[in-house]
Design a protein around this ligand. Structure first.
Ligand code: GUN
Ligand code: FE
Length: 416
């Protein structure tokens, strides 16, 4: 048992911050046993780590990003999705056939995830088995929790980034047999890149693997109008984009993340809700690739699960704090245009970044009893030069801060 002391802030629900000034978090076996303002006598002889006036908040969860796009961060922002993929992204990802290049870039990537206070991440690798295994190793060494996906794509890509269907399936199974449930924090995830780059045979086999091993799934959904029209041409019998994944057991038959979810039909939203498919909001990417704005309030009203994604390098920032700010700002711009849906509040955005996204990893993202102790210790003394209250201090850190204020990071009770 250990006790962590400081200014504790978290969001058990969307609508309200729980704030305990000078409070205590009691940890047992790396999970939260109790959170209290006054430490009960029975805990007084346990080790106490006193973070004094610092803020203690849940770690950030990044539910969508691309590790092999690291080199392209902050460049190549002049195209929409499909030409952006063909001209910039596929050529860069092709380089990961070389494991040495993979190791060099993936080390930098993992370090940036760490720096930005992300404690759990779902990331795409590339089609390449050896580089993907390297990325898994690097995350294991980092202490960060991660789902890592070997990408599957067997059509409509460039020659240097296209697999033979059966190699794609066999490599996926090989990675699963080497890594599935071998680590408490890092595991594989089934990752068809998106519908246009996957044959029906590949989608069918991937769905069967996901269900057979009970492995989660991640992909892209309804990001760009040109992409959606292409999916309709490729699958004229499907009712909507998500229906294609659904047909092949890749849409909520196991826990599923779908990035973007901008241009959804009402039936698609219903199916996401009914099958507990997560909509991953990646606002900076959606702006950079001129994709559109996810109707986040509509999805919340329809009880669709929501998390945030950096979508590096469509998105230019690793920071889920900055993602929160963009999401709030975009929702305000949408509201200003048509007043149809209320904009996001700060507590809602914080909830999505912590407990909302964290739920994909288990009891993660809150300090309620039974939750894994994933936490950031924030030393904001440089931002806190007047008598700001604790919520104001948190808000200033989210809007103005960066890794310089992140003093310590915990994942499942371990200081990393
Ligand atoms: N759709 C298919 N691949 C990608 C990708 O790498 N990034 C984004 N933003 N969308 C995609
Ligand atoms: Fe993406």
């Amino acid at each position: 048992m250990r006790i962590i002391k400081g200014n504790i802030i978290f969001t058990p629900t969307y609508h309200k911050f729980e704030v305990i000034e000078d409070g205590y978090i009691v940890l047992s076996n790396n999970t939260v046993l109790d959170v209290c303002k006054k430490l009960p006598e029975k805990y007084k002889h346990y080790e106490l780590i006193d973070y004094k006036d610092k803020l203690i908040i849940p770690g950030m969860n990044d539910l969508h990003c691309h590790a092999p796009q690291f080199r392209n961060l902050g460049i190549a922002m002049d195209k929409e999705l499909l030409p952006w993929l063909n001209d910039y992204t596929f050529p860069e990802e092709s380089k990961y056939v070389d494991v040495n290049y993979g190791e060099k870039m993936y080390s930098r990537f993992v370090n940036e995830v760490y720096k930005n206070g992300t404690t759990r991440v779902a990331a795409f690798a590339t089609i390449h088995k050896d580089s993907t295994l390297k990325l898994i190793d690097l995350f294991k060494q980092s202490g960060i929790g991660a789902y890592i996906g070997k990408v599957n794509m067997d059509r409509n890509s460039c020659d240097t980034l296209c697999e033979n269907t059966y190699d794609s399936i066999n490599d996926t199974i090989d990675i699963i047999s080497q890594t599935f449930n071998k680590s408490e924090l890092v595991n594989p995830i089934i990752t068809p890149r998106f519908v246009p780059t996957c044959s029906e045979t590949l989608l069918k086999e991937l769905g069967a693997i996901a269900v057979k091993y009970n492995i989660p799934v991640q992909s892209h959904l309804s990001e760009n109008i040109g992409e959606i029209n292409w999916v309709r041409e490729l699958h004229p019998d499907s009712k909507f984009y998500g229906d294609v994944y659904n047909k092949f057991n890749l849409f909520g038959d196991t826990p599923t993340l779908m990035a973007h979810c901008i241009h959804l039909t009402d039936d698609e939203i219903d199916l996401m809700k009914n099958k507990n498919v997560y909509a991953v909001h990646c606002p900076t990417s959606n702006a950079n690739l001129a994709s559109g704005i996810m109707p986040i309030r509509k999805l919340l009203d329809n009880n669709v699960k929501i998390g945030f994604g950096s979508d590096v390098s469509g998105g230019h920032s690793f920071s889920i704090f900055k993602t929160m700010v963009y999401a709030i700002e975009f929702s305000k711009l949408t509201w200003a245009q048509n007043k149809e849906y209320d904009f996001l509040s700060f507590s809602e955005a914080f909830y999505i970044a912590t407990k909302g996204g964290g739920s994909f990893f288990g009891n993660v993202g809150s300090f309620e009893k039974g939750y894994d102790f994933d936490a950031l210790i924030i030393d904001d003394h440089d931002l806190n030069f007047d008598n700001y209250n604790l919520i104001e201090r948190l808000e200033r850190f989210v809007y103005l801060g960066d890794d310089r204020q992140i003093y310590h990071r915990y994942v499942k009770g371990s200081l990393i």
